[in-house]
Design a protein around this ligand. Structure first.
Ligand code: ZN
Length: 150
C-alpha cells in the first residue's frame, strides 16, 4: 500500500484529488533519541563524551576522535541562518511550492537543516536570527522548523 492509498482509504470521495503525504523520517537506533525529543518539544543534539564535539545528524561515531560514547545536549533552539534555498520547482509530493529550507547554525555550535515557518520564502536571509518551533505539519508528523525572531 502506498501513502496515497492510505489516504484514499481514510474516506476521501472517489475521484477527488488526494494530497500526498510527506515522506516520513527513517527512525532507527541511531536517531530514535532525536525524534523522541521532538515528540516532547525538545531539540536534542548529540555530544561526544570523549572530546565534547557536537554532531548532527546523529550517527554512531564521532568524526573528530572516533569515540562511540555520546550524550545529548538540549538545545535552546536558537540559531542563525547560515544558508538556505527556496524551492520553486519541481513540486515534491506533500510540499507546496515555494518553500524555504535553511541550514541553521545553532547557538550551541552545530548545524541542522529544517524548514522555515512564519516568513515568506522570499524574505528569508543569511544571518537571520531564528528560533525552533515544533510544527505538526501533518496529523502524525511533527517536525522541528525555524521561525525568525527579533
Ligand atoms: Zn569526539
Amino acid at each position: 500500500m502506498t501513502q496515497n492509498d492510505a489516504v484514499k482509504s481514510q474516506g476521501s470521495p472517489a475521484g477527488s484529488r488526494v494530497r500526498p503525504l510527506r515522506p516520513r523520517p527513517v527512525v532507527n537506533e541511531d536517531v530514535a533519541f532525536f525524534w523522541e525529543g521532538v515528540r516532547r518539544g525538545e531539540l536534542l543534539i548529540q555530544r561526544c563524551t570523549a572530546c565534547g564535539q557536537l554532531r548532527h545528524p546523529p550517527r554512531p561515531m564521532c568524526a573528530a576522535c572516533q569515540s562511540v560514547e555520546w550524550e545529548t545536549l538540549k538545545s535552546t533552539g536558537r540559531g542563525t541562518i547560515k544558508s538556505f534555498v527556496v524551492v520553486h520547482y519541481p513540486e515534491f509530493p506533500g510540499f507546496t511550492c515555494p518553500y524555504a529550507v535553511a541550514t541553521v547554525a545553532l547557538d550551541e555550535g552545530t548545524c541542522l537543516v529544517a524548514g522555515m515557518v512564519g516568513v515568506e520564502p522570499g524574505a528569508v536571509s543569511i544571518g537571520m536570527k531564528v528560533q525552533v518551533e515544533f510544527v505538526a505539519v501533518e496529523e502524525d508528523l511533527t517536525l522541528p522548523q525555524f521561525r525568525p525572531v527579533g
